[in-house]
Design a binder for this molecule. Structure first.
Ligand SMILES: [Zn+2]
Ligand SMILES: [Zn+2]
Length: 323
């Protein structure tokens, strides 16, 4: 599972988090703009444009090529309940994992069906998967993106978080990571599985779709900055409401720090209020925000959600929120 290059930056709640972005994580300098939040607050926001390619690790690997592929050669899959390494054995076990004999992602001779061309990828990574790409392991490559370039994402995030009385549901993008990647909402797992496809993630919980480029769905420890004290984890991202997102807390740590709130957040002396990413198998880094986000929805004002403004749908069969 995920390697994580850690920078030496020490997170300090009084320091401004834009300094935590790793070299290469941003496509533009951070600027401060006027913004209006969902609760009507007129304030200042950071405008952040992430590079869309992780600054601290390679993209991939995703799918196995053979039914003997081992953990080191492949990425992961998560379905809301379990986290799997997408090994050859996983491919062979799919009919029993999902209790469905129609699963057959290999040719019976050890070769796994993988979207190996841009055309195959685009046909498989869309709302209605072309029939010939059912029973495929779906993966995209950065070089298949428009002009072969990473897709940048621009967001506006309040400089000072404004705490709300009630939680609001999180929408994509949920935030941006300090290694330069957008964090998307839950992947539409039911639709992906319904087409007998596996939209594999790399060990850092990210994958590529034609619209958003590389984006992440699960926190596995990549992109964390600084060292956290015992019982805590380091931050790896900022959420759209301006609170930081720290790595997953294991159950032992939760025992020490006490329960997290409905949005998986809590307040500590060292970090102030912050979130912890949900466990990767749960599909979705956060489900809600406790702070106000920029009016017009996460991603900033209309039309600024990111170049090319991703249409709904993407890698999954039937359009869901994103994918
Ligand atoms: Zn914490
Ligand atoms: Zn996705």
């Amino acid at each position: 599972m995920g390697s994580s290059a850690k920078s030496s930056a020490v997170p300090d709640p009084t320091a401004s988090w834009p300094s935590l972005f790793m070299p290469g994580a941003l496509a533009k300098d951070v600027s401060i703009v006027d913004c209006t939040l969902s609760d009507g607050t007129e304030t200042s926001c950071y405008e952040i444009t992430v590079a869309g390619t992780p600054a601290d690790h390679e993209v991939g690997p995703f799918c196995p090529r053979t039914t003997t592929a081992t953990e080191e050669e492949v990425g992961i899959w998560l379905d809301g309940e379990n986290l799997y390494d997408v090994t050859g054995e996983f491919i062979l076990d799919l009919p029993s994992i999902y209790n469905d004999d129609e699963w057959m992602l290999h040719d019976g001779h050890g070769h796994v069906h993988v979207t190996d061309t841009r055309e195959a990828f685009e046909a498989a990574a869309r709302p209605d998967v072309a029939e010939e790409y059912e029973n495929y392991c779906v993966e995209g490559r950065m070089e298949w993106l428009e002009d072969g370039e990473p897709v940048t994402t621009t967001v506006q995030i309040p400089v000072s978080p404004v705490r709300q009385d009630d939680a609001t549901p999180a929408r994509a993008p949920l935030g941006v990571s300090f290694n330069g990647v957008r964090i998307d909402a839950a992947a539409p797992v039911d639709a992906i599985l319904g087409a007998h496809t596996i939209a594999a993630f790399d060990d850092c919980g990210g994958h590529v779709n034609p619209f958003e480029g590389y984006h992440m769905h699960a926190a596995t420890g990549c992109g964390e900055v600084g060292e956290a004290p015992d019982g805590e984890t380091a931050p790896f991202a900022v959420a759209m409401d301006g609170y930081l997102i720290h790595g997953v807390l294991d159950s032992e740590d939760i025992g020490k720090v006490g329960d997290l709130d409905a949005c998986n957040g809590h307040t500590t002396g060292e970090y102030g209020y912050h979130y912890h990413a949900r466990s990767p198998e749960l599909n979705g880094v956060l489900t809600c925000y406790m702070g106000a986000t920029v009016k017009g929805g996460p991603g900033g004002p209309p039309g600024r959600g990111g170049p090319g403004g991703p249409p709904p749908g993407g890698e999954g069969p039937p359009p869901h929120d994103h994918n």
